[in-house]
Structure formats: C-alpha cells, structure tokens
Design a protein around this ligand. Sequence first.
Ligand SMILES: O=C(O)[C@H](O)COP(=O)(O)O
Ligand SMILES: [Mn+2]
Ligand SMILES: [Mn+2]
Length: 550
Amino acid sequence: MAASSTHGKSHRPKPLVFVVMDGIGYRENQLGNAVAQAYTPNLDWLLQNCPYTLLKAHGTAVGLPSDSDMGNSEVGHNAIGAGRLFPQGAKLVNEAIASGRIFQGKGWRRLVDFAQAHRGTFHFIGLFSDGNVHSHLDHLRAMLLHLAFEEKMPRVRVHILLDGRDVGETSALEYVLPFEKFLRDINTRANADYRIAGGGGRMKITMDRYEADWDMVLLGWKTHVAGEGRAFASAEEAILTYRRENPGVIDQDLPPFVIADESGPVGRIQDGDSVVYFNFRGDRAIEITRAFEEKDFKVFERDPNPHVFYAGMMEYDTELHIPRNYLVEPPRIEHTMNEYLCARGLRLMAISETQKFGHVTYFWNGNRSGKIDERLEQYVEIRSDKVPFQERPWMKAAEITDRVLRGIRSHRYDMIRLNFPNGDMVGHTGVFQSARIAVEAVDLSLGRIMAAAREAGGILVVTADHGNAEEMYETDKAGNVKRGPNGEPRAKTAHTLNPVWFIVYDTSGTRTVRFNPAIEKPGLTNIAATCFQLLNLAPPEMYDPPLLEN
Ligand SMILES: O=C(O)[C@H](O)COP(=O)(O)O
Ligand SMILES: [Mn+2]
Ligand SMILES: [Mn+2]
C-alpha cells in the first residue's frame, strides 16, 4: 500500500480526536429511531458540513459467522483497533465444534477426566440465548450431546443467565421450554440426569464487566455455587412468578433463582465437579472466572469455595492468560493500531466510563487489558454510576468530555480516543424516551469537543461500533412494528444490522478530506488505516485500505 501524504506537509494534527458513539447507528426510517428523533444540532452540523460515509458494522464485515449477526462492541472495537478482519469467537467456536476439535482439546479432556475421577457433576454456566454476542445455545447443546452420548457423563447441571438484551426482551421461555424438552430427551435416551440448576437475569448476576459492580458476581456465586436463593420447581415457574410479581420486568433484570426438589437445591457446585463457563466473549466472563480461579481472591468471601476444575469457552485475556484452561483458541489479534503508533512514539489517550472503559482499551488492543507503552499512553476511567441507565441517560458524558477537553488543550496527545456509552447502554433498556435523551447527551458533548478541536486545530472523527438506539422497536419480517396487547410498540433492546457514520471534521487545514469511491464495501476494518492517513503516517501494509484519497 502506498504511503499517505498530506500534500507534502509533514504536520501532524494535534490531536486526532476519535469518538465512538457506542450503539448509535444510521437508519433511514424515523419510526422507533431515537437517533433521528433526538435534538442533535451538532451531529446535524457535522453531517451537513463535513465529509462522511457509512460503514458496515455487522456480520461478516466484522468477522461474525453470517450477515444476520448484528454487530457488537467486541468485534467492532477489535476491527477498529486492528484494521483488518479476524474470525471472531462465535465463528471459531462453531468451527471447533463442527470439526470435533473442541472435544479433543486439553481443556475439554481435563474437564471430563476430573469429573469422572471424582464422580462429580459437570456444570455449565453462561448466557442462555442464541444472541451470538457472548454465547450461542447451539454450542451448549452440542457439548451436552457429546457429554451424554460420547463421554457417558451421568450428571450435568446448567446454570442459565437469562438474556433479553441481545435477543427479544421477554423471550426467555422461547429458549427454556424447548431446552427442557431437549434435556428430557437426553435423560431418556442416555439414562442420564441432566437438569437446569437455576440462574437469573444477566444484568443481576454473574455477568458484570470492568469491575462495575462485583456484587453481581457475588450474587451469582451464591446462586450457582452455594445454591442459595429463592427456590422454584422449574425455571419456567421462576420466570412466570417473577414476571407476575414485577410487571414490566424484562429478562435481563429477572432476579436469581435456584431449582430445588424435596432434597434441596439440585445444582450446587461441589468438590470434584467440573465447571464450564460457556460464553466466548471475555468482558463479562473475566470476573466470575477470577472468582473460580484465583487462589487468594480477595474481592468477596467465597462461601463455599469447592475444589473444582474450571474452564472458559475461550481465553478471555490473551495477555494475563485468563482463564488458565479453555476450550477454543481465541483469535490472535496482533499488530494493532496502537502497537504501531506507540512504536512510532505517538502519545495516546483512551477514555470512557467504567461500562465501556475496556472497550477503548482491552477490546481496542485485541483483547489485552494492559497498556502497550506506559510512557506514551494514558488510560482514563470515569467511574460509572450503579443506576438503571434509563433513569440517568446522560451517564458520564459530561465528565468524559471535561477530561477530553483537558487532554486536547494540553497539546500533549497525538490521538485521543473515547467512547460515549449512552446510545448503547440506554438503548439496551428499551426505553425510547431515555434513549432519545441519551443521544442528546452525546450530541451536547460532541458540540464541546468540536469547539475544542477547532481551537486546537485538530481533527475530529465521529463514528460508532454498531447500531442500537436508532432502532428501538421490534419489527416482523415484513418490517412492521410488533405491538403488545394495548397496541404499544414492542421494545427492541438488542443491537442492529444498521451501518454507522464515519465523519471527518478537519480543522487542521493540512489536507483535503475526500472519500475514495474505489473502496468497496467500506466497513469498520478500514478505519485504522484511515487514522494513519489523518495522522500523516503510512498505514501498515497488512491493514485494510484507508477510506480517504491521498
Ligand atoms: O454485553 C452487553 O451489554 C451486550 O450483550 C452487548 O453490548 P456491547 O457489545 O455494546 O457491549
Ligand atoms: Mn458497543
Ligand atoms: Mn451494547
């Protein structure tokens, strides 16, 4: 690839400010579109006055198995940070299962041997849906069939984390009921004892991320390991009861439950058991993994703390090697944009609030949580509030922006990257009014950053990792809005298949920004090389081509 130039000038903008508006996609249709319906004078100004294009942010363009897979933060930030495509977790696990390789791996063999040697129970914990963001039920089903018919494992317990965030907001029974039948079939045909042990909403137990709320993990420990909590005869009974008691509650927020019979909880985790955490994505897997693995774990008291063999679906942190044992090799994402920029001595700042802090650090750097170069990089985390975000849709946008403006005005950084979580985190709640305010909060902050960038003579890039807030209603196959019993639109909490904007606001006066029409199917993987162009550096050969004309 040819080196970029800036019309002969060697000047580098100070800084390049790179904004990820998490979960803010582009969609023509205004209905249920919290982005189009928000008051966004700054975004509107950018779209009227700056060059921009639309980028593909889902499916095969970001390394997912198919184009019906919506985008997500992991694959989005991986793609932006690494400038090229990697087959992602969802795809790699599919392949490992289809080839049978997963069952020959060391991780799987040791799990089976441990439980067999101790006459223990084999447990699965994970996100119970086909959302394909953190997990997929097909993976769980394949492992259960193999355990029952190939390994002849007599006793299995499944701890189900109810989704409602990557799939329909109240779809839990659509997964639970067929799964109960699937387990009954296994039990009859293999003369086995496979059952659901308990579970709870994914935003209540176990699946915390970036240490935003360890209490969720403690509550998960009590549910899965101790078998403590409100007891029900079945998962169906638990779900129906909680829905009756909490009208309007959505699956991700359902309280924890344990399944019990005459002799108590059916699925406690005990000495000699094997445990698989079957999520392939790491952010919401690392904390529970640490609780299972760390000898001198200090965050909460693990009571009880049984001697088990634990494995994750994948290696979640490829630098810290978490977990120690896993079933499928993760993508090896190397030569990321930051590795190159640090090697060239550029000074970098990354910032978000807790909920997305790891997105601009860990995901951006190819699923490595550490810094690349201590001396050149500054990572700033603004602590997120522990609140339902539909009640505080502005989140920490203003605080992030305060810190970004200080960074711009310091003239210390070559590139400042930041993530505004609002469109995504509030989009996931399904509350339209809040999502609109979330987008407005981002826009208000954008205005401040635009002014500061202009003052500094910098370049501002505004884009997103995938859509969410621009599509807040469920639609049927024909595109019609699905409605509830009173005619109200059914809320959509998940991400979308929509493209995202990529806008360049160049106040540096060093170049003419023009998109190159020859770039076919532009997507998130084209961004990294474009940043090199904007920084007046030659993009690495191995990267997907930059979006701009030289
Ligand atoms: O983990 C989550 O909150 C959702 O499953 C996906 O959201 P994200 O990919 O934007 O983090
Ligand atoms: Mn995201
Ligand atoms: Mn999201």
